[in-house]
Design a protein around this ligand. Sequence first.
Ligand code: GLP
Length: 266
Amino acid sequence: MEVIILPTSDAVATLAADLVEAQVHAKPHAVLGVATGSSPVAVYDQLGRRLDTGLSFARTQIFTLDEYVGLNPEHPERYLNVIQRDLVAKIDVDPDAVHGPDGLAVDLRQACADYEGRITGAGGIDLQILGIGTDGHVAFNEPGSSLGSRTRVKTLTQQTRHDNARYFGGDVGAVPLHCLTQGMATIMDARSIVLIGSGATKATAVEQLVEGPISARWPATLLQLHPAVTVVIDAPAASRLQLTSYYQHTYDNKPNWQQPLARVDS
Ligand code: GLP
């Protein structure tokens, strides 16, 4: 796990966008996993601006992490609509290449299995962008999630519903109780992962993610077992870490050859 601590959330967004851009340059037909939530919005803004400098997503495929159950197709907080607004509208990806689990399916279990099949059928995710919830969830894998889970239905914690109520006019009751989410094992299948986090509200979750024991209590801790995770955080989000000077020293002395992404000929 590489831990990169930067002074501001803007710097976090720039570096995360650099990593996505490197992935797409290395493999123009990359399969990208994308998170919703506030953390990646600045990353997506930057990626959109980079189309002017030759970056293209025309051959990429995009998979979202999760979806609320039961929000109607026009609901602005349906995650497929969120990712359309926050990312797809800003880049040149083919709209038919944007996928999410179907939170309106009559058979939700089947929808979860279908989503796993769509990811596998696309060749698996090359780079997964993740945020982190204040309770240590990634995607919607809440505390107690099986660390071997695949895409499935989950019940949101009250903490997550409170955190996300800001998107529903402050009304916790309007935040759905249930969601479909890629499982921890699904996320671990991604070839590389970039997790971003900003602000002091994430400090405890980041502390657990990076330095805590691996436990379903803090599902993000499973990422410690992934061979290619880059955690990009700002100083407030890093404020509870113990080994910050070592992470900084490592980043400052990163050898040129240690690039995370090898070029893949298209
Ligand atoms: C949401 C999403 C996650 C996201 C997390 C943090 O509920 N399901 O994918 O990473 O919570 O969101 P934010 O970036 O807004 O803090």
